[in-house]
Every structure is written in C-alpha cells, then in structure tokens.
Design a protein around this ligand. Structure first.
Ligand SMILES: Nc1c(NC[C@H](O)[C@H](O)[C@H](O)CO)[nH]c(=O)[nH]c1=O
Ligand SMILES: CC(=O)[C@@H](O)COP(=O)(O)O
Length: 149
C-alpha cells in the first residue's frame, strides 16, 4: 500500500445531517491510518458511482490520482419503489466499478427504513458506518497491493 494512501470521498448529501456524521467518521478513520483524502459531493446516492467514474477518467483521460474511494450517503425508504432503485442501483454500480475497474471501494451508503436507523448507523460514536467504509477501502487497497493488481 502507498505509504500514505490518497482517497477520494464521494459524499451524497441528500440527507445533509446524516452525511455530516458519515463524513466525520470516515475522515477520522482515514486520519488515524495516515491516509490523505479529497471530498466531492453529489446530490444523491444515484449520482455517486458516476462521480467515481469521473475521477477514474480524470482530466488526462486515464488512471487516477486516488488509491481508493469511500462513498457515503443515506437512502431512506419512502412510499414508492424508488428506494429500491436508488439503493439497488447505487450499490450495483459501485460493485461493478470495483470489480470491472479493479478499484478499492468502501461503500458507506446507508439503506434504511427510517431516520432513526440512519442516525444510529451514521453516528461515529455508535455504529460508525462511515468509518467502517473508510477502513474497508484501506483494507482493499492493501489487498490489491498484496496481489500486485
Ligand atoms: N430518496 C433518496 C435519494 N433520491 C435522489 C436520487 O439519489 C437522485 O439524486 C435523484 O433520483 C436524481 O437523479 N437519494 C439519496 O441519496 N437518498 C434518498 O433517500
Ligand atoms: C429513496 C427515495 O427515493 C425516497 O426518498 C422516495 O420517497 P417516495 O418513495 O415516498 O417518493
């Protein structure tokens, strides 16, 4: 793994107060690991995979300055099928990017039934899913480096 992994955090701010918690947890985990990071925001979880793709293509059209990616967001079920689309498609697209592009991704997009479930999972002092996603990205960077991939 790079001496100081450089991470892109993609933050979906559909629920800003939830995103704030997730971001705090992710930043704390990256800082504790000695990693550096940049943060970009997107409107919602559906846009998060595209942001990763933009970073991968980059200004020079190839490669990326980032060793890995942490994607943060919160999808809360409403009255319609849209939850399934947003939750399912964002996860599917991130999974496809990680497998097809061989990139290290920590998926910290919460998919929950209500705000209380989201708060418990976003809070760094409780389930800290943002920190968990950051640690996952770092682990996958190390694993990729182990295989020389
Ligand atoms: N309902 C939630 C959304 N919906 C918005 C979509 O993510 C997307 O921005 C919109 O469909 C325009 O393309 N996004 C979340 O992140 N969380 C939700 O609960
Ligand atoms: C997950 C969503 O897109 C959700 O906010 C949509 O709510 P609704 O299904 O009530 O329109």
């Amino acid at each position: 793994m790079a001496s100081r992994p450089h991470i892109l955090i993609v933050e979906a701010r559909f629920y800003g107060h939830i995103a704030d918690h997730l971001l705090a947890g992710a930043k704390a985990a990256l800082d504790a690991a000695g990693a550096t990071h940049d943060v970009v925001t997107v409107p919602g979880a559906l846009e998060a995979p595209a942001a990763v793709g933009f970073a991968l293509s980059g200004a020079d059209g190839g490669g990326t300055e980032y060793d890995g990616f942490v994607v943060l967001g919160c999808v809360i079920r409403g009255e319609t099928f849209h939850f399934d689309i947003v939750a399912g498609e964002s996860a599917r697209a991130l999974m496809s990017l990680s497998v097809d592009e061989g990139i290290a991704v920590g998926n910290g997009i919460l998919t929950v039934e209500n705000e209380e479930q989201a708060l418990v999972r976003a809070d760094p002092a409780r389930k800290d899913k943002g920190g968990e996603a950051a640690k996952t990205a770092l682990r996958m960077i190390a694993l990729r480096d182990h295989f020389g991939a």
